[in-house]
Design a protein around this ligand. Sequence first.
Ligand code: SAH
Ligand code: SF4
Length: 348
Amino acid sequence: MKTEKSFFQTTFDELAVEFKQNGFPLYAAEQVYSWIYKHFILDVTAWTNVSKAVKAYLQENYSFDLPKVLWHGQSVDGTRKFLFGLQDGQSIETVLIPARERLTLCVSSQVGCAIGCRFCHTGTMGLKRNLEAWEVVGQLMAVAIMFNVKVTNVVYMGQGEPLHNFENMKQATLILMTHKGLALGQRKITLSTSGLVPQIERLSEFPPVNVAISLHAAHNNIRSELMPINKAYDLERLLKAIKGIPLKAHRFITYEYILIEGLNDRVEDAEALIELLDKKDSKVNIIPFNEYPASAFKRPSKEKTLWFQNLLNARGLVCTTRMTKGADILAACGQLKSEFEKLNVWNS
Ligand code: SAH
Ligand code: SF4
């Protein structure tokens, strides 16, 4: 029986071992990785320098299928949003964000999410399942092939909690970073987490990527109201776990802070943030709340956002504001999927 596995699930080292076991030379694994990840040519028959035996072996044992683009759209600001269909009928979202010389891809790590943050549209869906490593790498490959572009940065900020899917995200990260392939540097990948303390404590087992923490409040009562996970792992436990993350020289922990009108945008909130965070290795990234239909919160004005940002900067806490991208194509996390489900496109 033919037992196919996804090529996009396989690290270079695993492929090299398998090739060795089958009597193929190491350079053949390098050539294959290069055709796929550097030239984006998935058609084995088009590879000019690869032996017939290697091609036959790959065709027999591997699938080169990618998640299918069900819909994609471009915003007036250049952001592109993709809705991908998976083999079991589930769907996920991916966003491509061009900015100056960078091309950043925001990938999903799960179908839905179990954490249930009150401000997050994905959180309202619950968790359907983890993504396989190939479905994560596949989001990048499908976009790269579709537009023949090189993605320069990847952020794990789409649907899902990446640390809830630790092993698969680790495998995907190894593949994204492989020098023989996509060769994304460790500073080009950012993992964003809601603050799963046990997994943060295991980050030394993960490739050394940038870490962003979804903080959103510097008071436990406000954070617990926004994010149920704070009841399990409060700010004290979270900050203690963060201190244990192995940081390379000149590396920062980024703290994401959704600014919500009247909830966490007061002087005392800024004061508490300044108290809580270590100015030396922290950066705050303010995200003005992205409203969606029936959302319980309001986005603060531009002036208020700037005022809050300036307050932190004036006290020596490095702080920037991330402007919403692609609002006109429902780029806020989880929105597109919901709109599509309402339209029932899956069944048409
Ligand atoms: N689960 C991970 C990563 C995915 S969410 C996490 O929570 O960190 C990526 C970022 O989008 C998080 O910082 C999250 O808090 C933010 N986000 C979710 N819903 C949002 C909304 N409605 N407006 C602004 N940011 C939102
Ligand atoms: Fe999950 Fe992140 Fe959304 Fe919270 S913000 S529900 S952790 S995806």
